[in-house]
Design a protein around this ligand. Structure first.
Ligand code: GDP
Length: 139
């Protein structure tokens, strides 16, 4: 059975371009309930830890530098079948290939600065949520 939470971040470029409010609004309009949210910034070491699963990928160094380059918004979202529903909703990893009207198509700048993160499995949704939020920060 699939779980009902996923984890997301609004990435630094989307924040600096002023898209934060529009993205949060689109997330809510998609039927995702905000269970936890914070405005914060990752150190380079924290970004490396968060993306440890991608350690062997050629873009790991660039991605972790980018993700620690400015503030982000981190959030836990709740919906039925949340992980897949959110991945469908935000669009393809590369904004150029994302469907019209999706968050990544509208607010993504490049394959790296693609506006938002979305967990890729229920297991990772739990790990990623735990990275940022204690139980008492979830409502
Ligand atoms: P996602 O699950 O759609 O976010 O995609 P992946 O798990 O494959 O990659 C994680 C993140 O790494 C993406 O959201 C991008 O920010 C970044 N990324 C993925 N592919 C590339 C790439 O080819 N080059 C660079 N620079 N970054 C990438």
């Amino acid at each position: 059975m699939s779980g009902n939470i996923t984890f997301t971040m609004i990435k630094p470029t989307a924040i600096s371009k002023g898209y934060t409010g529009k993205i949060i609004d689109q997330v809510i309009r998609g039927g995702f309930r905000i269970k936890a949210m914070k405005y914060t910034r990752l150190s380079k070491k924290e970004a490396q830890r968060f993306y440890a699963v991608h350690k062997e990928r050629p873009f790991y160094e660039s991605l972790t530098t980018f993700m620690s380059s400015g503030p982000i918004v981190a959030a836990i979202l709740e919906k039925q079948n949340a992980v897949q529903a959110y991945r469908d909703y935000i669009g393809a990893t590369n904004p150029e290939e994302a469907e019209e009207g999706t968050i990544r198509k509208l607010y993504g700048t490049s394959i790296e600065a693609n506006a938002v993160h979305g967990s890729d499995s229920d297991e990772n949704a739990l790990v990623e949520s735990g990275f940022f939020f204690s139980e008492r920060e979830r409502y």
